[in-house]
Design a binder for this molecule. Structure first.
Ligand code: IMP
Ligand code: MG
Length: 179
């Protein structure tokens, strides 16, 4: 256990970097198989998905491009406000394309539900979702997640891209904040 200068206590390691890298290899291979002969656009959701997306894309052997979007719904709180705001839009024309959204975690499902609708409205042919983590107990809207790295308990997760008030993104493993 570890207490930082802001008096937040971090729990023990839940998922190691090695486990994440192995999972990126597994899911990357699966995506390579699932979209053979297709062109895909991988869209990472800033900022949490950056580390996971970097690992994942190195294992995808397809004709692909990447883009990023930034959305917010949380602010500094640990519970979703349920409102999704686009802070950075796509730079890519996704009309007729197969899009794979890469996310850090699915909690309430509000963000991904909104994004899926948004991509469809922008003319995407197919929209798939790949999330490093899934927290099923937090779910408020039903959402199909096509590729999931790991399922976690209903705790506030930090590390490997995931933040609390913008901090802890640099931790090379997944852990949680103690209450
Ligand atoms: P949702 O809309 O409730 O599914 O929330 C999705 C977004 O909330 C994710 O992209 C994360 O940025 C953030 N989030 C949800 N749960 C956690 C958590 O346990 N730790 C850090 N961020 C979280
Ligand atoms: Mg976040």
């Amino acid at each position: 256990m570890q207490t930082d200068t802001h008096n937040n206590t971090i729990g023990t390691i839940m998922i190691t970097q090695e486990e994440i890298l192995a999972k990126a290899k597994e899911i990357g291979r699966q995506i390579t198989e699932d979209y053979q002969g297709e062109q895909i656009v991988m869209v990472g959701i800033l900022r949490g998905a950056v580390l996971w997306m970097a690992d994942l894309m190195k294992n995808v052997n397809l004709d692909m491009t990447i883009d990023f979007m930034a959305v917010s719904s949380y602010g500094a709180a640990t519970k979703s406000s349920g409102v999704v705001k686009i802070n950075k839009d796509l730079d890519t024309d996704i009309e007729g394309k197969t899009v794979i959204i890469v996310e850090d975690i699915v909690d309430s499902g509000v963000t991904l539900n909104y994004l899926r609708g948004y991509f469809v409205s922008r003319g995407a042919k197919v929209v798939r979702i790949c999330s490093l983590l899934d927290k099923p107990e937090g779910r408020r809207v039903e959402i199909d997640v096509d590729y999931i790295g790991f399922t976690v308990d209903d705790r506030f997760i930090v590390g490997y891209g995931l933040d609390y008030d913008q901090r802890y993104r640099n931790l090379p493993y997944i852990t949680y904040l103690e209450d």
